[in-house]
Ligand binder design. Sequence first.
Ligand code: ZN
Length: 137
Amino acid sequence: MKPTHIEHIGIAVENIEKAIEFYENTFGLKCYAIEEVKDQKVKTAFFMVGQTKIELLESTDPEGPIGKFIEKKGEGIHHIAFAVKGIEEKLPELEKKGVRLIDANPRKGAEGLDIAFLHPKSTFGVLTEICENKNNK
Ligand code: ZN
């Protein structure tokens, strides 16, 4: 189970338009995609930084995971995502090592990635995602 790189860092924001403006004007990064993930009740915006992305997350529903996160903790880093190869095999592998899985099976995330979340209780408080890009294979 060795990730190939940090695929993205997810950041919960209250206002994605303002946050996009900040990343573009302050860091000179270009937002290359905005996508709504209905299933997760979020709007996402992506910036490339080297081979890692910044994923801004704005809730589209106060009852969604990002809405609840912001209510509890405020804006900030929401999760870190490791790119892996063979995500289906990695999940049972992690479970065997005692990691609590939020997703026992991969599901579709933004950008068509196969994603699965690990419970922060077993990852030192960091919501951790593993993901695999099977689109451009
Ligand atoms: Zn993510």
